[in-house]
Design a protein. Sequence first.
Length: 93
Amino acid sequence: MLGDEQFCIVRAAGLRAADATTLTEILTARELQIASLVALGRLNKQIAAQLHISEWTVATHVRRVFCKLGVSTRAGMVYRCAPLIGRRPDLDG
């Protein structure tokens, strides 16, 4: 509930989270690593610092993941990567 309005999350027909096997075939190890960090709520700047890469490189990986998964937001990316979020691949680079 937000103010006087109620909201709910619904799944649109035809959309689903990709399974873990498909994701590991579609995304590179670095893209999976960055997607996992995004799922933890990290900003590009924080991801860059943690992985010792530039913010531009992080942004490029995020854009590539968006394209590969057919999403346009970080929330969409996290939703599609949900099967891997609990597994937490090596996040320390």
